[in-house]
Design a protein around this ligand. Structure first.
Ligand code: FAD
Ligand code: SF4
Length: 498
């Protein structure tokens, strides 16, 4: 029935889709952790929305999705309309539904968090799009009028894909270049398959091609084709280059054997799980040129340093690779951890041990690492950004035994040298300088600093070059990269229309 029971949120508790049983996960199952709602479950979960009239969820979603509206369509079984509405604001809804840290975004601000459990917004978003696609729904571009203008998009990560999607919807031809053979950027080569199955990316690849996006994959701009050539061939260029230089903690002993940086470890696992498909064109990954083989983790004591989403992906991958003991060392407490609370809970359930308030000081060993010297910490006063600094407690040092250590301290932008000759400005930390987001957007997505009011949003100092995603923000989220790709496309269309 289309009549909505007023108090469904009380009768029907919050429920996520069923998960892969724990024993299988510990036994090396790399399948997506969460399954799919069936139609009845999705309708019930969507029907829990109060339509509270003040949709904090939509406000907190960086894309400003029409959440209450598509939840209601899902409840009524109007899946194709719901899928169309999801795509109005989000070029990659089935992906965000899977990987967004919803507990910090839409679901974190749901009114029902007040004791009843938030609506499972991400899981319903994923369900709507997966189910609509399975029954043959595709984005309708029949009313699009071609402008004859052409744009090169460098980078097939979420920023580049979102930009290309919005360009073709505006009648601007988009050609996406990526140095890797598969689309997705970190969606493909960083995020493990237990969070995002790679068939989802293959489906999205086909959809974008059907929409008219051209892909030139396995081509590295600056090496295989120059920016000058692209500026000659295309009316404008979007840079969605990502942020790949990993943060160097400068720990003594980090060059010992069996000490691994996080991203190459995750990429390597992706290759094992997906065979040749995940091989990024056989090219070395930044920071991994000297490393040839990944140690066998079976029966090993693995210590992961860092408490962000990358750290959570590493600990959970180590569990699936058969490690005997997996520990996560983080210098602050659990409340101040950057990783999503849901991912932390999943890791804990899979047997990961969390060692909070521990500052790694050095890696110890001879040729190979044998342990991590750590000190206890206490949290000091909040700094200018509101984060409490970890302060080492004198005389509290100890050594944690480890056979393998994975360093997951985050990533920094690594702007390519070929940007130099184009007059594009960079921040001190290497982020690309661009114009400020449109008003009304900045409240949800932190403005690039310093923002340039005279430029179009996401326009660089070169008038025909735009940029967005991690290359502009520093390492962040899929949904914020999608937002910036979408907004940059709007600016490009504005520029091309004169
Ligand atoms: P990327 O995804 O990095 O894509 C950039 C693309 O540009 C790459 O494909 C690269 O090959 C290409 N490229 C760069 N230079 C060139 C060139 N010269 N020529 C051709 N191609 C080029 N975010 C979440 O929201 N949820 C998560 O659960 C999550 N988990 C994560 C786990 C890990 C391990 C990591 C590392 C990140 C995670 N993130 C997560 C962050 C998220 O993946 C990134 O913020 C997002 O992918 C950034 O998108 P992007 O398009 O800016 O860059
Ligand atoms: Fe929530 Fe992310 Fe979907 Fe926005 S895009 S509604 S934050 S899951």
């Amino acid at each position: 029935s289309s009549t909505k029971p007023a108090f469904l949120f009380r009768e029907q508790p919050r429920q996520m889709p069923a998960r892969i049983p724990l024993a299988l996960r510990r036994d090396g199952d790399w399948g997506e952790l969460y399954g799919q709602f069936d139609h009845a479950q999705a309708r019930h979960q969507a029907g829990r929305c109060l339509d509270c009239g003040n949709p904090y969820c939509a406000w907190k979603c960086p894309l400003h999705n029409y959440i209450p509206q598509w939840l209601e369509m899902a409840r009524e079984g109007r899946l194709e309309e719901a899928a169309t509405l999801c795509h109005e604001t989000n070029p990659l809804p089935e992906i965000c539904g899977r990987v967004c840290p919803q507990d910090r975004l839409c679901e974190g601000s749901c009114t029902l968090n007040d004791g009843f459990g938030a609506v499972t917004i991400g899981a319903v978003e994923k369900y709507i799009v997966d189910a609509a696609l399975a029954q043959g729904w595709r984005p309708d571009l029949s009313a699009v009028v071609a402008t004859g203008r052409r744009v090169a998009v460098i980078g097939a990560g979420p920023a580049g894909l979102s930009c290309a999607d919005r360009l073709v919807r505006a009648g601007v031809a988009a050609t996406v270049f990526d140095r890797y053979e598969a689309i997705g950027g970190l969606l493909h080569f960083g995020i493990p398959s237990f969070k995002l199955d790679k068939t989802v990316l293959r489906t999205r690849h086909k959809i974008l091609e059907q929409m008219g996006v051209e892909f030139r994959l396995g081509i590295e701009v600056g090496r295989d084709v120059s920016m000058d050539a692209l500026l000659d061939e295309f009316d404008a260029v979007f840079l969605g280059l990502g942020s790949y230089r990993y943060t160097d903690g400068g720990l003594p002993g980090q060059d010992l054997g069996n000490v691994l940086p996080a991203l190459p470890f995750l990429v390597h696992n992706g290759r094992i799980v997906h065979g040749g498909d995940a091989d990024p064109a056989g090219r070395p990954i930044a920071g991994w040129e000297d490393h040839v083989a990944l140690p066998d983790l079976r029966g090993q004591r693995v210590v992961v340093l860092g408490g962000g989403d990358t750290g959570m992906d590493c600990v959970r991958s180590a569990v699936r690779l058969g490690a005997a003991r997996v520990s996560c060392v983080y210098r602050r407490d659990e409340a101040n951890m950057p990783g999503s609370a849901r991912e932390v809970a999943n890791a804990r359930e899979e047997g990961v041990e969390f060692l909070f308030n521990r500052q790694p000081l050095a890696l110890v060993g001879e040729e190979r690492v044998r342990g991590v010297r750590v000190a206890d910490t206490v949290l000091g006063e909040p700094d200018a950004r509101g984060r409490r600094n970890a302060q080492v407690v004198a005389g509290s040092e100890s050594v944690l035994a480890a056979d393998v250590v994975i360093i997951a301290f985050g990533f920094q932008p690594d702007p390519p040298r070929w940007l130099d000759g184009l007059g594009i400005g960079l921040q001190g930390d290497g982020r690309i300088e661009v114009g400020a987001p449109r008003s009304g957007c900045a409240s949800r997505v932190r403005a690039p600093e310093p923002a340039h009011p005279v430029r179009l949003p996401y326009q660089t100092a070169h008038p025909r070059i735009f940029a967005g995603g991690d290359a502009v923000r520093g390492a962040d989220l899929v949904v914020t990269a999608a937002f910036e790709g979408r907004e940059a496309a709007a600016s490009i269309v504005e520029l091309l229309r004169g």
